[in-house]
Ligand binder design. Structure first.
Ligand SMILES: NC(=O)c1ccc[n+]([C@@H]2O[C@H](COP(=O)([O-])OP(=O)(O)OC[C@H]3O[C@@H](n4cnc5c(N)ncnc54)[C@H](O)[C@@H]3O)[C@@H](O)[C@H]2O)c1
Length: 255
């Protein structure tokens, strides 16, 4: 086992967007970063970038819909480095599907990734974290899961609301083992997901949204990444079971 002083973080969906920014932020904070995604090229390039900057980053293919792959990636990392210190369950999809077209398959597909995918990675890392008596889990929800209703995205809102329940339940179940479980509910963040005309606001919609965000701008992936690093840090040692809204004041704003 190649042990070093560096704590290890595993991030799902870390090839692009919020996940990639999160990988870079943890590397800057001194973590060894396991970059996982189904996007091979993008994931490898994030890991390479971390290495070139003098950090430790490695890429693993991990489809969060696949229990076997989730378990085997986690056990490969644990065999090399010991218990994983932090997991950021970030992988997610948001597809536009009007209710009339919401087949069981489409509902299940979103839930398999956005909710069950979070559970799979938590279930895989928990035993070694418990044995070590420490660990941190951060899961990505959304303002669409904690406050807003998002039309034609019912399956997404439901899955993201499910993440809030998962965070609360797991936080209580794992607290005595020294493991904290928290979530982040981002507002509008400039990534491929939000920039998609087909499935979300698109570039113009995003700029229009900036007008009614009290801080006057949409979020950048780094705005969320830094909060994940904080939640995993010693500074957040007494926070568990919470989902932090990170939205530039959108939810509390009046317009
Ligand atoms: N961008 C926003 O405005 C926003 C707002 C609220 C919540 N979120 C949430 O933040 C997280 C990151 O979103 P983003 O905006 O960076 O999106 P993105 O589309 O840019 O990135 C999503 C990532 O998840 C990965 N992914 C998709 N299916 C996967 C699977 N089966 N297994 C592993 N990885 C998979 C993708 O390959 C990609 O790397 C998501 O959970 C998303 O729902 C985003």
């Amino acid at each position: 086992m190649e042990r070093s002083e560096k704590p290890t973080t595993l991030i799902t969906g870390a090839g692009i967007g919020i996940g990639a920014a999160t990988a870079r932020a943890f590397a800057r904070a001194g973590y060894r970063v396991v970059v996982t995604d189904v996007l091979e090229e993008e994931g490898r390039s994030v890991a390479d970038e971390i290495e070139s900057a003098g950090g430790e980053g490695e890429y693993y293919h991990l489809d969060v819909m696949d229990t076997g792959e989730t378990d085997s990636v986690v056990s490969a990392i644990q065999d090399r480095y010991g218990p994983i210190d932090t997991v950021v369950a970030n992988a997610g999809i948001a597809h536009r599907v009007p209710l009339a077209e919401l087949t069981d398959e489409k509902w299940d597909h979103t839930h398999e990734i956005d909710l069950k995918g979070v559970m799979r990675v938590c279930r895989a890392v928990a035993p070694a974290m418990r044995e070590a008596g420490r660990g941190n889990i951060v899961a990505l929800s959304s303002i669409m899961g904690v406050a807003y209703g998002w039309d034609e995205h019912v399956q997404y809102s439901a899955a993201k609301a499910g993440v809030v329940g998962l965070v609360r339940g797991l936080a209580v179940e794992l607290a005595r083992d020294g493991i904290r479980v928290n979530g982040i509910a981002p507002g509008y963040i400039r990534t491929a997901q939000a920039l998609s005309e087909e499935h979300s606001l698109g570039p113009e919609g995003l700029e229009e949204a900036a007008e009614f965000i009290p801080m006057g701008r949409v979020g950048e992936p780094e705005d969320i990444a830094d909060v994940s690093v904080f939640l995993a840090s010693e500074g957040a040692r007494y926070i568990t079971g919470q989902v932090l809204v990170v939205d530039g004041g959108l939810l509390v704003g009046r317009y």
